[in-house]
Design a protein around this ligand. Sequence first.
Ligand SMILES: *Cc1c(COP(=O)(O)O)cnc(C)c1O
Length: 459
Amino acid sequence: MAVTTGTSGWPALPVLPDPAMDAVLESGLLPELAHAFGGPFHFLLPDAFDRNLAAMRQALRDADVDGFVYFAKKANKAAAFVERAAAAGAGVDVASAAELREALGHGVRGEHLVVTGPAKDPALLRLAVQHGALIAVDALDELDTLITAAPRGPVRAARILLRVLPPAQPHSRFGMTDAELAIATARCVRAGDAIRMEGFSFHLSGYAIQPRADLAAHLTELCLKARVQGLEAGRISIGGGLPISYTDADSWHTYLERHDKRHFHAGKSFQPSDFYPYHCRKPGAQALAALLAARPEGRTQDLASLLKEAGTTLLLEPGRALLDQAGASVFTVQGVKDRDGYQLVTVDGTSLSLSEQWFNSEYLPDPHLVPREPQAPAGLYPASVGAATCLESDMLTWRKVGFPRRPRTGDLLVYPNTAGYQMDSNESPFHDLAIPPKVVIDRAEDDDRPRWRLDRHFT
Ligand SMILES: *Cc1c(COP(=O)(O)O)cnc(C)c1O
C-alpha cells in the first residue's frame, strides 16, 4: 500500500501499484539494459495501452453509445503504441505528414486517421484526402484550400469535421467562432461532392467533465442543424483530456497542503495550479463513463441519451489516458554531492526526457531508486536530481525526493508512468547527448524473465 509520507513527515508521491512495473523492477533487466545502452533509456509496457483502450470501449458499450477511439499520437513517438492501435482496429490522431506516414506504415487504415492541428500544410491535407482520413478543419482558409485545391480524379471527397472554438475558452487559438461556423457550413453545402461534412469537433484544455458534456451537447445540436441543410453531420469529436491518476488521493492532498520551498533545491517554487492534477477521482475510462452519464447544462437527459437520440457517433482522441502505466524512464546516477540536509544527484540524461518543464512545472511522482549493490533500508535521504548538462535550470526533479536509501553513483533512478508526454515530447540531442532509446516489454508479468526488443521505426 501507498505510504503517504516518509518517516519524518517528508511529502511523498508514490505511484499507484502496477504489477507489470514491479515485475520489471524485480527482474534485474534494467541494470543490464543501462549497461548495454550506456545512457538513459525508456521502456514501454504496451499491454497497458490495450487495457486502457479496452476499458474505454467498454465504457462506450455500457452506455450503449456508438463511438470510436483515436490515439493522439503526439503523446508518445514510439511505434509500439501505433502498432497496438492498428492491431486493435482503433484510430490514430495525427497532426503532421510524418505522423500520418508513421501511422499508415504501422498498419492503421487511412479512414481510421483523424488529422488535427491548426493551419495544416497543404501537402498534409492532400495526403489526408488521398487516404480517406478525417480532417478536423480549424479555419475558413483551410476549408477553402480543401475545396479548391483538393486532388480530383479517382480521389474521393475530403472527409471533414469543423472544429469549434469553445465558448468557455474564447482565447483559444484553435477552432472557429459561431459566425465562422455558419460561413463554413454554407461553404460545405455549396462545395457539393468535393466535401463530405461529417460533423464537428473540439478539444478543451483542462480535465473537467461538465464543460465537455456541455460542449458535446452543443455540437450534437450543431449536427442536427447541419443535417437540415443537407449535410451528413453524423459525428462529433470531443478531443482528448481524459485525466489519469498517478498517485493516491491521500498522498496528493497531503502533498498539496504540506509542500513548501524547503522541499525544493535552491528554494525553487512552482505554482501548485501549474502541476498536473496527479490524482483524480475518476481516471481514464471512468472519466469517459462519467462524461456519458453527465447531464449537459439546460438538458433533462444525459449525454449518452442525447447522442443516441440524435443518431450521433462519439469520437474521442485520448493521448495520456491510453498511455497510463504504459512506460517508464531510466537514468543512471553519475555522481552525488552533499548539500545542507540533502543530496544533489546528477544523472546521465536531461530534463528534456521528463517534459513537464514545458509547463512551468515538474514531474512529481517519486522515482524508484534501484541500488547497484544491495543496501539495508535506512531511513530518509532527501535528494534533488540534476541533469548531466551545463545549465543551472536543467533539473529533472527540483523537489527533494525522500529516498529510502542514500543514492550512490551507479544506482538507477526509474521515473514511473512517463509514457504519456513525459518521456519524449521535448527530447533533443542537447550537448550532443544521444536521444534515449526505447525498449518494448510485452507481457512483463507472464514470463519468468521479461523479454524486450527495441521499438521499431519505419521512418
Ligand atoms: C493533444 C490533443 C489530444 C490529446 O489530449 P490528451 O490530453 O493527451 O488526451 C486530443 N486531441 C487534440 C486535438 C489534441 O490537440
